[in-house]
Design a protein around this ligand. Structure first.
Ligand code: HEM
Length: 399
């Protein structure tokens, strides 16, 4: 085209410019998404075809995740790749490979995907702290994870669990009472909500140091907050959008908070939980007489010497050995002692709550289901329990 001819092309109007720029932006965005969704294919990991908008989220939601994953494993083999939003996930069902990842080569797989991000601070460029989330075991990475994990692990030894047994027993007493009341009516009843209440009470009392009574008081405000917070439904459209279009995370997090606040009748449930735990931590630090034999106290008291000597084995709470005792001995030397800050304790209480609630209540309910269907196994367990009660007087065993 000659220069004169070019001059005769009508100039783009404002609207045309807008449409053109929008079209270019959409094309660039689609190219970017296409590139995101080519990672697994390029790595040779087989799996279901992702959609450009939602990755494989819609497939997961439509069938339910367990069913979809089951089908994919049958179709593609023991290693399957799929996308949660644009995030590639590699699902491994090969036991030998899992052992390498979780045991022999674990040092290469310490970090998890970053779930909650605060974004960079304007002045320092450092990641902003998200209260309740930034400093817990699931979010921490590399050396910092190892450090906090080595401080927390001794709190889970059998002897420490034994100290917490009275707290757990009092919650179990309520469960037994409630089961007896319900079975007296002769009507069938659902055990799952009862196990949810039990788990909520044990974790609330041990990790948060708050005396919840969710099994007997369904209107407990803390119970309401926790339930709102822990209600995870993958079909929630807001969650689907937030997972699929992560770049708008400020908007999703604002909408998420708004949704939680509305569901929790006007107060942010996470804020309520955080404020309660902060108060308890401050009280425990301030007054010796408010000490309690629970997980929260163990975290407040926990200390380790400098990390250099911590081995991978020491990151696992072994039955009878109680790492913290030997550590407190060496703490009398001039070595560097590490303790958890209030923020570390707060965030890890929150993750204990989240990590323990669904897992434990589901495991208890499923175990009950299996015991009902396998009466011979139930009899065997009953005999073992009875034997232990006869010989030891209680069920607390140090393995
Ligand atoms: C039957 C019950 C439970 C099951 C099936 C279960 C399952 C798991 C699994 C599979 C992981 C590893 C996840 C990963 O590698 O990304 C994990 C990690 C974790 N669980 Fe549990 N869990 C249970 C109970 C609990 C309880 C009661 C607590 C707290 C009191 C808890 C706290 C944690 C924490 C903090 C982590 C992260 C550990 C770290 O990164 O160092 N879990 N759990």
């Amino acid at each position: 085209m000659s220069f004169e001819a070019l001059l005769r092309v009508p100039a783009l109007t404002g609207t045309m410019w807008t449409v053109t720029l929008f079209a270019v932006a959409v094309v660039l965005w689609l190219l970017y998404r296409k590139q995101c969704f080519s990672i697994l294919k390029n790595m040779g990991v087989p799996g279901p075809e992702p959609s450009i908008l939602f990755g494989n989220m819609l497939q997961l939601i439509k069938k339910d995740p367990i069913k979809s994953i089951d089908e994919w494993l049958k179709k593609y083999g023991k290693i399957v790749g799929y996308y949660v939003g644009t995030k590639p996930v590699v699902l491994i069902a090969d036991v030998d490979l899992l052992k390498r990842i979780q045991v022999s080569e674990f040092h290469k797989f310490v970090n998890r995907a970053n779930v909650v991000r605060g974004g960079p601070e304007r002045k320092t460029g450092k990641e902003k702290r998200v209260e309740g989330f930034s400093q817990h075991l699931v979010a921490l990475r590399d050396k910092r994870w190892k450090e906090i994990r080595s401080i927390i692990t001794p709190s889970f030894t059998a002897s420490k669990m034994k100290q917490m047994a009275p707290i757990m027993n009092s919650a179990i007493d309520s469960l037994v009472e409630n089961v007896e009341k319900k079975s007296a009516s002769g009507e069938p009843f659902d055990m799952y909500p009862l196990f949810q209440g039990l788990t909520m009470d044990v974790i609330g009392r041990t990790a948060f140091g708050i005396h919840t009574d969710s099994q007997n008081n369904p209107n407990d405000p803390l119970l309401r907050s926790s339930k709102v917070l822990l209600e995870n439904d993958i079909r929630n459209p807001l969650a689907l959008l937030a997972i699929s279009f992560r770049s708008l995370e400020t908007l999703w997090s604002w909408l998420g908070r708004l949704r939680l606040t509305v569901k929790n009748k006007g107060t942010n449930p996470l804020r309520e939980l955080i404020e309660s735990v902060k108060k308890v931590i401050a009280m425990r630090r301030g007054k010796k007489e408010s000490r309690r034999p629970d997980l929260l106290q163990l975290m407040i008291d926990a200390e380790i010497d400098d990390l250099k000597n911590v081995t991978t084995e020491e990151l696992t709470a072994s039955g009878g050995t109680d790492n913290s005792e030997s550590q407190s001995k060496s703490s009398s030397t001039n070595k560097l002692i590490r303790r958890m800050t209030d923020a570390d304790i707060l965030d890890n209480s929150v993750i204990f709550f989240i990590a323990a609630y669904e897992t434990t209540s589901t495991a208890l309910a499923f175990t009950t289901h299996l015991l009902l269907h396998y009466p011979e196994a139930q009899e065997k367990i009953r005999a073992e329990v009875q034997n232990l009660l006869d010989t030891e007087g209680n069920l607390i065993i140090i393995l």
